[in-house]
Design a protein around this ligand. Structure first.
Ligand code: UTP
Length: 296
């Protein structure tokens, strides 16, 4: 079985839920504490053994592309001032020459289309897909957990988590064939099912390991739910084939940083997890909730 060494990062979306900020700031550059969302996804991919990073970008995402350039002037200045710790922080974000590739999605036609745009850079091997607005706090990074499980199963794998019944219409939902605990085999997938029509409450979130067949399927996929080319439909075509589809219940907490509420929750959680911030920040949160309670 071929190893997973390539990852696609679809970052070409319009990010309309964060307007007006996303008029000029790509959503994926917005910062959680002090790191852009994309950095969390890159770190997770690196920890899973990814060596080639493919970004699907679009008009207005220049800041994102610049982010991956080295910053020799800044490095020299930090070095001259003896700021070794900051220098380490900066150097940790450096990417090897040739490890990063960009393709453009000329129009925001959905996630499936964005992944399809990267097909020529992927070739005949499995590929991971990470949506940077899904940030996952986990002891073992989520994609690493999946790559380890994938070594046993092969095929196609999607990260899955239980969601409340009234939220299933916001996700791709798995129809479970066999539940093996951390892993389920899948007999169907429905993108954003109508209320009451979900086959389970196991939702797909933004981490995937896909076989080359899924990229082929995207070639032939018609516009699906919401007028977009749906990745779910192309993955679902592999059900029952030799490739098969598995859902992986990852260990960790996922934050939907594509929504304002999710981004704020992630900010609080990641802020509290930082040694240098937690005392001051938790005191502030206690004070503010006391003030709010008193005001009620
Ligand atoms: P979202 O569904 O969050 O869409 O995309 P969006 O456009 O970014 O944000 P809203 O809904 O307008 O606020 C999930 C991921 O898929 C990428 C996005 O950049 C994001 O990382 N995406 C989405 C694309 O690359 N191309 C698309 O056409 C759509």
């Amino acid at each position: 079985m071929k190893k997973v060494t390539k990852a696609i990062f679809p970052v070409a979306g319009l990010g309309t839920r964060f307007l007006p900020a996303t008029k000029s700031v790509p959503k994926e550059i917005m910062t959680l504490v002090d790191r852009p969302l994309i950095q969390y996804a890159i770190d997770e991919a690196r920890a899973a053994g990814i060596k080639e990073f493919i970004f699907v970008t679009s008009r207005g995402k220049g800041a994102l592309e610049d982010y991956f350039d080295h910053a020799p002037q800044l490095e020299a200045e930090l070095e001259a001032k003896g700021k070794a710790q900051l220098l380490d922080v900066l150097r940790d974000t450096n990417m090897d020459s040739g490890a990063v590739a960009y393709v453009r999605q000329h129009k925001a036609m959905g996630l499936g289309h964005a992944v399809w745009c990267a097909r020529r850079l992927v070739g005949d091997e499995p590929v991971a897909v990470l949506l940077p607005d899904d940030v996952i706090a986990a002891e073992t990074p989520c994609l690493k957990q999946m790559v380890e499980a994938y070594q046993e199963t092969g095929g196609n794998m999607v990260a899955a988590m239980e969601v409340p019944a009234d939220k299933t219409s916001s996700y791709g939902i798995l129809d479970v064939k066999e539940d093996m605990g951390h892993m389920v085999s899948v007999k169907g997938m429905v993108e954003k099912p109508e209320a009451g029509a979900a086959p389970s409450n196991l939702a797909v979130i933004g981490r995937y390991i896909l076989s080359p067949q899924v990229l082929d399927n995207l070639n032939a996929t018609q516009v699906g739910a919401g007028g977009e080319i749906q990745l779910t439909d192309a993955i679902a075509k592999e059900i029952g084939t030799e490739g098969n589809v598995y859902g992986y219940r990852f260990r960790g907490q996922r934050f939907d940083c594509g929504s304002k509420a999710g981004f704020l929750q992630a900010t609080v959680s990641f802020g509290l997890a930082r040694d240098e911030l937690k005392d001051e920040f938790s005191q502030f949160l206690t004070d503010i909730s006391n003030i709010n309670r008193a005001a009620e």
